[in-house]
Design a binder for this molecule. Structure first.
Ligand code: URA
Length: 246
């Protein structure tokens, strides 16, 4: 891998702003392969070299993957001149450069939002032909039924004539229903239910690929995903290749 500037690397891993990292360097708190580092522009290979901050080993990650339980009323964008964005909700230690929401949830949709700085991964899980399912729990104005499930499976046509890929619908308690879709057209799930004559009163994304929203995350909270959890998103992609035969 290409060598990285030490100060830039440490800032990208959440060890503080560049200014704070420079103070750590001046204080002799950073070591590279057992030697105290003082030069901010020292070039390092974090995959090969042992870097410590105040005696603690830096666990280097090429990319960061966060699971957020998005609350209603916040927009899924990196920045907005007026409105509060999902990135504004991140605590300072997770608010690292280059992060963006991988796929949008509407302002009034809640639940699992993936935030990352890995553009390739984001593209991979969002592209419909990659078959990564996103599961939504919808509360409707009236109960869905088997006819709706058949219409979802056949590929619904929305009110503007757009045809959706086949999707799965299964019935929950009362007026709740789960929809699993693998594309992200504008207001897609709401419009799919509207095409079945049902209004969505509340919409929550509960799962991306094989990874379920952590119930311990309160609305607005986020946490880093482990490597195994990131793999779960991708693994599920493989297992749903035969989507049309499900
Ligand atoms: N479908 C919708 O209608 N809204 C969302 O936010 C996501 C999927």
């Amino acid at each position: 891998m290409p060598l990285l500037r030490l100060d830039r690397l440490l800032a990208s891993q959440g060890e503080g702003s560049r200014k704070e990292v420079h103070a750590l360097l001046r204080g002799g708190r950073i070591q590279v392969d057992g030697k105290i580092a003082t030069a901010a522009d020292q070039k390092v290979d974090p995959a090969q070299q042992r870097i410590t901050v105040g005696g603690r080993a830096l666990h280097w990650r090429a990319h960061l993957y966060l699971m957020m339980n998005k609350p209603v009323g916040v927009i899924s964008a990196s920045r907005d001149p007026k409105a509060r964005t999902v990135l504004d909700l991140l605590p300072p230690e997770l608010r690292l450069p280059g992060l963006f929401p991988a796929g949008r949830l509407d302002k009034d949709t809640e639940g699992f939002l993936l935030i990352t700085d890995d553009g390739v991964f984001a593209h991979d899980i969002l592209a419909p032909r990659r078959h990564v399912e996103k599961v939504y729990l919808a509360t409707l104005d009236k109960p869905a039924d088997d006819t709706d499930a058949a219409a979802f499976a056949a590929g619904l046509v929305l009110e503007d004539g757009l045809r959706c890929l086949p999707a799965r619908l299964w019935l929950g308690e009362g007026t709740e229903a789960y929809a699993a879709v693998r594309e992200g057209k504008f207001h897609q799930v709401r419009r799919m239910f509207a095409a079945c004559g049902k209004q969505v009163l509340r919409l929550r994304r509960t799962q991306i690929g094989g990874l379920i929203l952590d119930p311990a995350l309160a609305p607005g909270e986020a946490r880093e995903l482990s490597e195994a959890e990131v793999e779960l998103i991708k693994l599920h992609k493989e297992s749903t290749r035969d989507f049309n035969n499900l």
